[in-house]
Design a protein around this ligand. Structure first.
Ligand code: GCB
Length: 603
């Protein structure tokens, strides 16, 4: 678990410099990099862009599919004015594991390819000189790691990733690298919780520094006018007549912490926050005590050329597409996204179900992709997996807890909860994550098709339910879709007749659709069939009051492993991979822009 994951800033006390650009890159199939002295750099490098996944730049298949160790290196200058400060490198995402060396000295290792980590390099750098950072990385998949999968060795000796999940194992330095200088005594974490009413809002804050507990705190409005001040490590900021953060109508205040030593500021950290509350009560999802009906998507960080790399341009387009279509929410399926995504959502008033990369915890998923048939939670990898799982839940919550856009935590995607062996795992997961979020946001996980109301043994855990359901596509497809609808209604009737009094959000449903394929009457894969399937689901959603959200799979087409179920990736996008609309986008826009925000409120 990381001590602090504050987003880098530059101010009077801190400096943040991005080390993005071309890095040296080299595959290390024999895992001999250290022995060959690559910790101080290597010859004949490939010039590799950062941030980017390495895979799709290559024109040969061995390189694109490469699985194993690989290295990155870059020279960077550390100016003498950083003397006396703590100097750090911050990696936004290194997929999936990395060991960092500076000038040949091993600094630290990190596991988990979708969350940031910081390496303290103060004692390893030479001031006023060029230094070199190298990373030994590894992108193998294992059952005791997140996301889960296997790594096979082919008869020709080459390794191959076998994901138990449906997205390509894009690898590399997928997010920015920052060189940071912060004061020795610095602020490393803060949290806020809220009470709001029409005429007053209270921000309860707490802030942590490496040494010292004297803080000056202020809150400014969007015009930069200070509206509240406080002192101390914990305290309250009271705002009269606040402008609340509302769904699709966001308003941000700036909270500023100053760390004082003998009355003098020695560090400062500012961030944008939104004044709002989140709650689940009965069937209602409440933001600022008002009912909200979710509409939006499951997504991926995925685009051409750079794979899973964060790309501000793609994100700008995606946000505009979501606004255009009338969406108000998405799930960060199936891993926490780049922090800039959350900053965008904070500003646009979009709600996020933030998901940890716990995906593939199901042997049926593995067998769909050629794996085994046994209960995942009976495996001997479970103890090791759990350690990594809870570690990443902790880091995700630490990183994202201050974003007004974060509505809920998704602790897993489609685990096999139909056997008794899942129960102790989820008992522990929900106990151990209970107090991590000071805001106590709702926690949940998605339930796969097999984990029905009847079959799942873990229904007591989620605060609200996320259902992933594929009638009309993976079963009862084509002309049989009417039976698919009947089956879906039969399942929902069971939920309805139960004493479970929580909202259900449909977090996945959809049909693979080849853009440009038109058929009258429809056939599967045509744009017409995608609309018919969405229309079928919408009919069902409108029939059950406890359904409080619809998030079709997926915002855009995305890359997966090649296979006989996929034609150049997963085509369930409402938009194409280059972010143009399929016909279904116009259908959804019509529905979503006409549904009131508080659709079904009070029912
Ligand atoms: C699912 C998974 C998602 C897949 C989707 C599909 O249930 O959660 O990762 O991409 O189904 O299209 O098969």
């Amino acid at each position: 678990m990381e001590k602090g994951l504050l987003y880098p800033v530059t101010n009077q006390f801190r400096q943040d410099q991005k080390l993005d650009g071309l890095w040296d890159f080299k595959f290390d199939p024999q895992a001999q990099g250290e022995a060959k002295g690559w910790t101080t750099g290597f010859d004949d490098p490939i010039k590799m862009p950062v941030p980017a996944s390495f895979n799709d730049f290559f024109t040969d298949k061995d390189s694109r599919e490469y699985t194993g160790d690989f290295w990155y290196a870059k020279k960077f200058f550390v100016p003498t004015y950083m003397d006396g400060q703590t100097i750090q490198l911050r990696f936004g995402a290194a997929t999936h594991r990395a060991t960092v060396y500076v000038n040949g000295q091993e600094i630290r290792s990190h596991e988990g390819g979708f969350l940031p980590f910081t390496a303290d390099i103060t004692d390893a750098v030479k001031l006023g000189q060029e230094n070199i950072v190298t990373l030994k990385m590894n992108n193998e998949l294992h059952r005791d790691a997140l996301p889960a999968g296997d790594t096979a060795t082919l008869k020709n000796g080459k390794k191959m990733a076998k994901p138990f999940f449906d997205f390509y194992n894009y690898s590399g330095l997928n997010r920015s690298v920052h060189l940071l200088a912060v004061p020795k005594n610095h602020i490393y974490d803060y949290s806020t919780t809220y009470d709001v009413s029409e005429d007053q809002a209270t921000v309860h804050y707490s802030v942590q520094a490496t040494d010292g507990s004297n803080f000056k705190v202020s809150l400014s409005d969007g015009d930069g006018k200070v509206v509240a001040t406080a002192e101390g490590q914990t305290g309250d900021l009271v705002v009269k007549n606040p402008t609340l953060w509302q769904v699709r109508d966001a308003y941000l205040y700036t909270i500023k912490f100053e760390l004082l030593d003998a009355g003098k500021a020695v560090d400062e950290y500012s961030d944008e926050i939104g004044l709002r509350t989140i709650e689940i009560k009965g069937h209602e999802i409440l933001v600022n005590h008002k009912s909200v009906y979710l509409r939006g998507f499951g997504r991926h960080e995925d685009s051409i050329y750079a794979g899973r790399a964060f790309d501000l341009n793609v994100e700008r387009r995606d946000m505009n597409l979501m606004k255009w279509i009338g969406a108000n929410s998405f799930r960060s399926s199936h891993y926490p996204y780049d922090e800039q995504v959350y900053k965008f959502a904070d500003r646009e008033g979009i709600l996020i179900t933030d998901e940890v990369p716990a995906v593939g915890f199901k042997m049926a998923a593995a067998s769909f992709l050629g794996g085994l048939n046994q209960s995942f939670f009976d495996g001997d990898w479970i103890d090791e997996l759990y350690k990594k799982h809870i570690d990443q839940v902790k880091d995700m919550i630490k990183r994202d807890k201050n974003h007004p856009s974060v509505l809920a935590w998704s602790l897993c995607n489609e685990p096999d909860t139909s056997t008794d062996s899942a129960v102790p795992y989820f008992t522990k997961l929900f106990n151990d994550s209970k107090d991590l979020d000071p805001e106590q946001r709702p926690r949940t996980f998605t339930l796969n098709e097999d984990d029905t109301f009847e079959k799942s043994k873990c229904l007591k855990f989620p605060d609200f339910y996320l259902l992933n359901r594929y009638p009309g596509w993976y079963h009862k497809w084509g002309y049989e879709i009417s039976d698919g609808e009947a089956g879906l209604r039969a399942e929902l009737d069971e939920w309805k007749n139960s004493d479970i009094d929580k909202p259900i959000v449909f977090s996945e449903y959809g049909a693979d659709t080849e853009p440009g394929l038109h058929k009258l009457p429809s056939i599967m894969w045509s744009e017409e069939y995608q609309i018919e399937l969405l229309d079928m689901f919408d009919r069902v959603f409108d029939s059950y009051d406890f359904i409080r959200g619809e998030q079709p799979w997926n915002l855009a087409d995305f890359q997966t492993v090649e296979g006989n179920m996929r034609v150049n990736g997963n085509k369930k996008g409402i938009f194409t991979r280059d972010r143009q609309p399929k016909a279904a986008a116009f259908y959804l826009k019509k529905r979503w822009t006409s549904l009131p925000l508080d659709y079904k409120a009070g029912k």
